[in-house]
Design a protein around this ligand. Structure first.
Ligand SMILES: C[S@@+](CC[C@H](N)C(=O)[O-])C[C@H]1O[C@@H](n2cnc3c(N)ncnc32)[C@H](O)[C@@H]1O
Ligand SMILES: [Zn+2]
Length: 407
């Protein structure tokens, strides 16, 4: 029996409200009770629900649906840090490709809300009160090996990655959210080194480096367990980074995945950057000879699987997503950059750096393409240009466009 809102409020000891997200209805803490200066602060609520993560959940649901085209069908999903259950329940209800979900949380009040929300939406979900690592360790025997494990914690997902990889079915997908962008983006490099075993670097493309560090971390954790990984999808949105990788059993797969680990060298003087497999001191810029900054070891392989990106756009059109427009904008933008090289230029920053006026981004992209380079926008920043053209060429294009503009 589903309790009424007031019965549940009495049982839990805090006010509740009913919200809609995507194709589900959810009972969540009354958001206005946890506002500071008019803005809801999810971490203050007794049970976690963040409406700002709706787009992230949209992408997860669409991706689960899209996986049917990749031989992953009738999915068993595990979401071991579920809060009020929004994510796991949306997987069950909205993605036809998801057959069942096992949701867990350590907070008993979260578990109660997630149970109620599962019933409210007739979701085929089992909700358990359990520590996330313990649940994932128990998954194979207790519920079967999940095809998708979605780890969406507070801060860093690092403590949960190994158990997520261990419990996955062969070829299954690990999805991770990281909100600890300060370490990953280089504000606290030592914290990044501690948690992810990699040095970050504060560049204009540090959010891409954050994702590459996360992917590199998953790759190394998988290799320790004799598994290889393939990057499927990622996005950097608002205050979080999100990655999706497939995990395959086999020592040889692990070895070939490790080939995707390297360092990115960045010259703060001339903005040149390059991928380097090894570090040979002195670390100097191959373009101007200055000392370079180093990020890594990190994932330098592709960030996206092109076919999946295409499928995501297609399935997104049919799903009752919460943030349809944002989803469409994000997935279409990503489709443009899918085949691009690592790193991008923030055009405004590049122009500032070389004291040049900033031309239209589209004009720079067009000219670079005419010259035979890869060039595209990037979802990472509205001023970004992803290109394999050397910095010098991008600067020349900006100068050329400036000359054309001035009489
Ligand atoms: C960011 S919230 C999850 C939000 C949820 N995934 C969503 O999309 O709405 C993190 C949740 O993890 C739970 N949690 C924190 N540490 C945990 C642990 N070690 N094991 C299980 N749950 C944990 C918290 O109670 C909280 O509900
Ligand atoms: Zn240089």
């Amino acid at each position: 029996m589903i309790p009424t809102l007031s019965q549940l409020e009495e049982e839990l000891g805090f006010s509740l409200e009913l919200v809609s997200e995507g194709g589900v209805k959810l009972v969540v803490p009354k958001l206005s009770d946890y506002a500071v200066d008019g803005s809801y602060v999810p971490s203050r609520a007794p049970v976690f629900y963040n409406p700002l993560m709706a787009l992230c959940r949209d992408v997860g649901v669409a991706l689960a649906e899209a996986l049917s085209a990749f031989g992953l069908q009738k999915l068993l999903v595990c979401e071991p840090l579920t809060g009020a259950g929004a994510r796991g329940i949306r997987y069950c209800v909205e993605a036809e490709n998801v057959e069942q979900a096992v949701l867990g949380d350590i907070n008993p009040r979260a578990v109660r809300l997630a149970e109620v929300n599962a019933s409210l939406n007739s979701a085929s979900a089992t909700v358990v009160r359990e520590e996330a690592n313990s649940l994932m360790a128990r998954m194979p025997k207790a519920f079967g090996r999940p095809h998708l494990v979605d780890v969406d914690p507070f801060g860093s997902p690092a403590p949960f990655v190994e158990n997520a990889i261990r419990c996955l079915s062969n070829g299954g997908v690990i999805a991770l959210t990281a909100t600890d962008l300060a370490p990953l983006c280089g504000v606290y490099p030592k914290a990044c080194r501690r948690k992810y075993g990699a040095w970050p670097l504060r560049t204009k493309y540090c959010h891409e480096l954050a994702i590459r560090i996360l992917m590199g971390f998953v790759c190394q954790a998988a290799a320790r367990l004799e598994r290889g990984v393939v990057a499927l999808y990622c996005h950097s949105t608002a205050h979080y980074a999100r990655v999706y990788m497939r995990v395959f059993r086999g020592a040889r797969k692990a070895d070939s995945s490790l080939e995707n680990l390297a360092y990115i060298l960045h010259c703060f003087k001339c903005l040149h950057r390059e991928v380097s497999k090894e570090l040979h001191p002195p670390l100097t810029c191959s373009s101007c000879g200055s000392r370079v900054g180093v990020a890594g070891p990190l994932w330098v392989g592709p960030l996206f699987e092109k076919k999946l990106c295409e499928k995501l756009v297609e399935v997104g059109e049919k799903l009752p997503l919460a943030k349809k427009q944002e989803f469409e904008a994000l997935t279409k933008l990503i489709l443009e950059e899918v085949e691009g090289p690592p790193t991008f230029f923030a055009l405004d920053h590049l122009c500032d750096h070389f004291s040049l006026p900033t031309p239209k981004r589209d004009a720079v992209i067009l000219r670079l393409k005419e010259m035979g380079f890869f060039a595209s926008k990037t979802h990472f920043t509205p001023t970004g240009i992803r290109t394999d053209a050397p910095t010098r060429v991008v600067v020349e294009v900006v100068e050329e466009l400036t000359r054309r503009r001035s009489p």
